[in-house]
Ligand binder design. Structure first.
Ligand code: OSB
Ligand code: MG
Length: 380
């Protein structure tokens, strides 16, 4: 396929309720979407960067620049047999995985449509439905948190993750365990602790947690290996892992026993697939993390979650938990047994609501291979 045009656009989408993590609170998402046209088909990807550089170093604004000035010029007018060729082409750009992922994933959407297959199938996914958990933001009181957890359990969700930070941890875990002793429970610190906090983190071992996600520095695999040796609870890495090499380092150093794979953080479906395969070969379970995505990013997460090795419930949940109205049709729904049925239509399997996307757009730029060819011809 030849990449005929790429449109980048920024939309605004208000969360139903603010989402609080150890690094801040967010109410209004500002999301960059990428639409690629190739061979008569349109494909969509989502940049999963935050509004500010607080989860990782990318933001919706850095992604705009990187896409416009570096990613798009590298792919526009180029021919690809398969989207797996894209990472090598984009590897001259260091970092900026979320920006690259949005482009590559849009091309995967097109490739799947051209094969007449749902994206999950094209990727090699086998599961007809995926297991779902929820990620709950930090609440002001344990009672409030328990009410939120009970609502999610009643909806069927199989696993509860609670966000924590120093001062908002043991009291919450202990209250939840007292009320709900047997649920599948885990915590996510988003790098809020230091290795010196090991004696404190050791107390988490008393609460039968499935795992502790990313307790230490966002870029420090080594210190997680020191901490893991002191804990019985498995560590799961999130922020630290951007590619297969870092995954190998983490497993060889025994820095974690479980891996969170996020499509944006690792640069797209091709790298995510490699990481999942490697983890599976080492007997390390993986699950799909979430970044408060719109329906487009969510659809890609669902496709990835069908791959072998994704044996734990992910942070992939129903559209209505986030938005009054999503930008895809149908919206993502969860069954009473806490699963999402994988769509069977070609591509991402959901229809993008263009009217709604247009209405939410605050800026957009389109780059077309033909315009570029004519600009280059005029210059020569
Ligand atoms: O660490 O997993 C995380 C949201 C934004 C940034 C980082 C994280 C999260 C979540 C939300 O936990 C998961 C979701 O999309 O529901
Ligand atoms: Mg996390």
């Amino acid at each position: 396929m030849r990449i005929d045009s790429v449109t980048i656009r920024e939309i605004r989408l208000r969360l139903k309720a603010p989402f609080e993590t150890s690094f801040g609170s967010i109410s209004d998402r500002k999301i960059v979407l990428v639409e690629v046209h190739a061979g008569g088909a349109a494909g969509w990807g989502e940049v999963t960067a935050g509004e500010g550089p607080f989860y990782n170093s990318e933001t919706k604004d850095t992604s705009w620049i990187v896409l416009r000035d570096y990613v798009v010029p590298l792919v526009l007018g180029k021919n690809f047999e398969s989207p797996v060729e894209i990472p090598a082409l984009l590897s001259v750009i260091r970092g900026h995985e979320m920006s690259k992922a949005a482009l590559e994933n849009a091309v995967w959407d097109i490739a799947a449509q051209q094969h007449g297959l749902p994206l999950a199938k094209l990727l090699g996914g086998l599961q007809p439905e995926i297991a779902c958990g929820v990620s709950l933001g930090i609440r002001s009181t344990a009672d409030e948190l328990i009410v939120a957890i009970e609502t999610e359990l009643a909806a069927g969700y199989q696993r509860i993750k609670i966000k924590i930070k120093p001062g908002k941890d043991l009291e919450f875990m202990s209250a939840v365990r007292k009320k709900l002793p047997t649920i599948q429970l885990m915590v996510d610190a988003n790098s809020a602790y230091k290795l010196e906090d090991a004696p404190h983190l050791k107390k988490f071992d008393d609460y039968s947690l499935m795992m502790i996600e990313q307790p230490l520095e966002w870029d420090d695999i080594y210190e997680h290996s020191k901490l893991q040796a002191m804990l019985t609870t498995p560590i799961c890495l999130d922020e630290c892992i951007h590619n297969l090499q870092q995954t190998r380092a983490a497993l060889e150093l025994k820095a974690c026993r479980i891996m969170n794979i996020k499509l944006g953080r690792v640069g797209g479906h091709t790298e995510a697939h490699r990481i999942a395969e490697y983890c599976q070969s080492k007997g390390v379970p993986v699950w799909c993390g979430g970044m408060l995505e719109s329906g487009i990013g969510r659809a890609h997460n669902i496709a990835m979650s069908t791959l072998p090795g994704f044996t734990l419930p992910g942070d992939v949940s129903a559209s209505h938990r986030y938005w009054n109205e999503d930008i895809i049709e149908p919206e993502v729904e969860v069954t009473p047994r806490g699963t999402i049925r994988v769509p069977t239509a070609p591509g991402i399997g959901y229809r993008v609501r263009r009217d709604r996307v247009e209405a939410l757009t605050v800026r957009s730029e389109t780059f077309s291979a033909n315009d570029r060819a004519s600009v280059l011809a005029a210059q020569s």
